[in-house]
Structures are given as structure tokens and as C-alpha cells.
Design a binder for this molecule. Structure first.
Ligand code: G4P
Length: 286
């Protein structure tokens, strides 16, 4: 689903999330571990202010584990509660309940001291499109739930879903937020990882961006995948060499559209290996 965000949509999405926040104890903010900052909404801190929040680095199976560790350390240092999971394959999901309990501990302890039994923690999953919100809700629920509300502006009656493990309930419609479209680097990172559909940015441009990123961050993985003896200095030449290796040549010319499509498909499906396109250090400098 390609989503076009207009100011009116953003205001509505924000309103919908704000309404949902009134119903819950804990916010579970889902981000993509391959682009942990670019896949966050620029106003999420402000929108969720006052609610305990757990940041979940999802799709960690596709991210560079070394860089994910660095992100976790850095966020924890900043006082953020953060865990890394792989919702698709149900890996690490126990940490979400544990995290929510951690965030609610003080409140629960106070209730217990007054002789009251804490009720089930109510949580809301929020995030930009395609970070895995529906997948996570289904895995936590232990069954498939039709998440029809997972479109901005589409509302339905909300229900609480009991989580498979632990005393926790999830709102069955996630909160959808918009990414930082105004920053071009962010747009390209999201496009390269597949969060933004290809019709928004030009495919060849995304592929060239991806080549430059791979050349800088993961040159060995790029070389090995396409059996390139060396990497030409220029991104267009690298793409051309990849096209040639794959035999995407017609009338003596490399078919750049086909090569771009193949490269992006392989990048998004882990054929080039586990990759992260932004590091803590860069983000601090940016
Ligand atoms: P959303 O509700 O936030 O929009 O995201 P959704 O759950 O629809 O997930 C978007 C895509 O990301 C889906 O792939 C889903 O399978 C994949 N995904 C979600 N979590 C993870 C994860 O932890 N690891 C990996 N590797 N993938 C994940 P799809 O290609 O659109 O659908 P499908 O082919 O998997 O059905």
C-alpha cells in the first residue's frame, strides 16, 4: 500500500493516535532495526509524551547484529527502554512483556502496597507503515487478526486482544505515524529497505543510493554477492557491472531498470546479507 501523506492526513493520524493513547498504559513503538532513526516519526516523542514507552527494534533478523547492539547500548544510555525482536519469526517477543512490566513496576508496586491487585497492562503498538505492526500484533496474539484499521483514516470498533503470554492486552488497531519525508536521506533509506513503495521515488535513483550505501558500509558483501573482482569508484559503473554479471544486457546495453529492480529485491530479502543503513555515530553527527 503506497500512502501519500498530506498535512490533513498527518493531523488526522495524530488525532487518532492521541485518542488511543488515552486508553492505554504503555506505548510500544516499533521501528525498523535496519534504519532505527529514519523509521521513527519526527514527532513521536511529543505525541506520546507522558506515557511509558518501549522501543522495539523489529526486523532485527535482517539488520547487522553488531550495529543493533550499538543502537541498544546508545538508547539505553539515553534512558530509553529498548529491545530487539524478529516479529516475523516470533523471536525475542517475551522481551516485550518483560519491558512493559519494567515500565509499570513503580505503579504496580504502589498499587500492591495499597492492597490492590494490578490489572492487566494495556498497550498500543505504534509506528510508521511497514515496520511490522500487524505482524507483531498477530504473533503476540498467537492467531491471525484482520487488522483492517491499519490504514490512516480507516477506523473500526476497537477491541482488546489478550496476549498469548503474560497479563497484557493490546489494542487491536495499531497507531500509524508518518515518517520524516522532508529529509531526503531518510526517504532514500526507507525506500531502499522497502518501507516506502517504489512509485514515490525513482527506482534507478534508489538503486544508485543502495549501491553507494553498500559500497561504503558492506563492500565485501556486495562484491561477493555479484562476484565482482573489484568495485568501480562510480555507483553507475558498479550497477553496470552487476547488470553485466547477471546477463541483463540487451543490444549491447545494460538494462538498468531490470538491474535496479533485482538489486533492491535482493537487498530487501537479505540476499546480500544482514545490513543496517545508519549507525549511532552518524546519527549523532547528523
Ligand atoms: P505494518 O503493519 O507495520 O504496515 O507492517 P506488516 O506487519 O504488514 O509488515 C510489513 C512487512 O514486513 C511484511 O512483509 C512482514 O512479513 C515483514 N516483517 C514484519 N516483521 C518482520 C521481522 O521481524 N522480520 C522480517 N524479516 N520481516 C518482517 P511482506 O513482504 O509485506 O509480507 P509477507 O510476504 O511477509 O506476507
Amino acid at each position: 500500500m503506497a500512502i501519500q501523506w498530506f498535512p490533513g492526513h498527518m493531523a488526522k493520524a495524530r488525532r487518532e493516535v492521541t485518542e488511543k493513547l488515552k486508553l492505554i498504559d504503555v506505548v510500544i513503538e516499533l521501528v525498523d532495526a535496519r534504519v532505527p532513526m529514519s523509521s521513527r516519526n519526527p514527532m513521536v516523542d511529543e505525541i506520546t509524551a507522558g506515557k511509558p514507552r518501549l522501543i522495539v527494534l523489529n526486523k532485527s533478523d535482517m539488520a547487522d547484529p553488531r550495529v543493533t547492539e550499538q543502537w541498544i547500548k546508545s538508547l539505553k544510555r539515553d534512558g530509553v527502554d529498548v529491545v530487539a525482536v524478529d516479529a516475523k519469526h516470533s523471536k525475542g517477543l517475551g522481551q516485550i512483556h518483560e519491558g512493559a512490566l519494567r515500565l509499570m513496576k513503580e505503579k504496580h508496586d504502589r498499587m500492591i502496597a495499597k492492597g490492590r491487585r494490578p490489572s492487566a497492562i494495556r498497550a498500543l503498538i505504534i509506528g510508521i507503515p511497514n515496520v511490522g505492526k500487524s505482524t507483531l500484533i498477530n504473533r503476540l496474539a498467537g492467531r491471525n487478526i484482520a487488522i483492517t484499521g491499519d490504514k490512516p483514516g480507516v477506523t473500526k470498533r476497537q477491541q482488546w486482544i489478550k496476549m498469548k503470554t503474560g497479563e497484557m492486552e493490546l489494542l487491536d488497531t495499531p497507531g500509524i505515524l508518518w515518517p520524516k519525508f522532508d529529509d531526503q536521506r531518510v526517504g532514500y533509506r526507507l525506500a531502499a529497505t522497502g518501507a516506502i513503495k517504489d512509485d514515490i521515488l525513482h527506482l534507478d535513483d534508489i538503486a544508485l543510493f543502495a549501491v553507494r550505501e553498500l559500497k561504503t558500509r558492506y563492500p565485501e558483501q556486495l562484491r561477493e554477492r555479484y562476484r565482482l573482482e573489484e568495485l568501480p569508484g562510480d555507483a553507475v559503473e558498479v550497477l553496470e557491472a552487476i547488470g553485466k554479471k547477471r546477463g541483463f544486457v540487451t543490444g549491447g546495453y545494460v538494462d538498468f531498470a531490470r538491474t535496479s529492480e533485482m538489486l533492491l529485491h535482493e537487498l530487501r530479502t537479505e540476499k546480500i546479507g544482514r545490513l543496517t543503513l545508519e549507525t549511532v555515530e552518524e546519527w549523532e553527527n547528523e
